[in-house]
Design a binder for this molecule. Structure first.
Ligand code: GLN
Length: 208
């Protein structure tokens, strides 16, 4: 399979390295035409305001929406999560709108810009995952179709809605490839449809 990593800004090289370590073909994407050649996409961490502007300048917003709507897996980390969220601080953001979550930017305060913590997740297996948070966003609530996959201090930090996966932390900065493996599992259509009925009866969940 061939995976694109949006390479406008931020930590895209680390994702490429990790994908290649897992045996996937990984390429940098900067223009809409690049999306035609890949089966899935990672939107990396960085600075969401800059990324938002560059996505608009490069004419990527609508192509990215269409890419996700076609069912191809899209994984966003940190700033990537922010630009993919439907809501920012309770207000609908006019951007990609790929996942039904409400997000607050830089929510952990300036003094604790960066922190590392072991999180546990059934989706990742029995061993805790060492998560690196860098000026991380906080997921304030998740919609009924969103499946929380990991929490840190009660708050959802890894979540999935069908073909869309988001992490508030930076899994590409550790040597642990389990989150990327989870993403690559979404390329298997059958695995994706299995959970499609997952959360429909669940109400919106406040996580913060
Ligand atoms: N604080 C950044 C933002 O709001 C995200 C930080 C990151 O991606 N590590 O865009």
């Amino acid at each position: 399979m061939k995976v694109g990593v949006l390479a406008l800004q931020g930590a895209f090289r680390e994702h490429i390295r990790m994908l290649r370590e897992l045996g996937a073909e990984a390429v940098e994407i900067r223009l809409p035409a690049g999306l035609d050649e890949v089966d899935g996409l990672i939107i990396p961490g960085g600075e969401s305001t800059t990324m938002r502007k560059l996505m608009a300048d490069f004419g990527l917003v609508e192509p990215l929406r269409e890419f996700a709507a076609s069912g191809k897996p899209v994984f966003g980390t940190c700033a990537g999560l922010i630009v993919m969220a439907e809501r920012l601080g309770g207000r609908r953001q006019e951007l990609l709108n790929l996942i039904d979550i409400d997000v607050e930017r830089n929510a952990y305060g300036r003094q604790v810009d960066s922190r590392e913590a072991d999180i546990s997740s059934d989706a990742l297996g029995p061993e805790p995952f060492h998560a690196v948070f860098i000026r991380a966003p906080r997921i304030l609530s998740t919609g009924p179709g969103v499946e929380p996959l990991a929490r840190y201090r009660g708050q959802v930090v890894l979540a999935r809605q069908n073909n869309i996966l988001v992490a508030a932390f930076h899994p590409e900065l550790t040597g642990d490839a389990r989150v990327h493996k989870l993403f690559l599992q979404l390329f298997d259509r059958k695995a994706r449809s299995l959970n499609r009925t997952g959360g429909h009866s669940t109400p919106r969940e406040k996580t913060a």
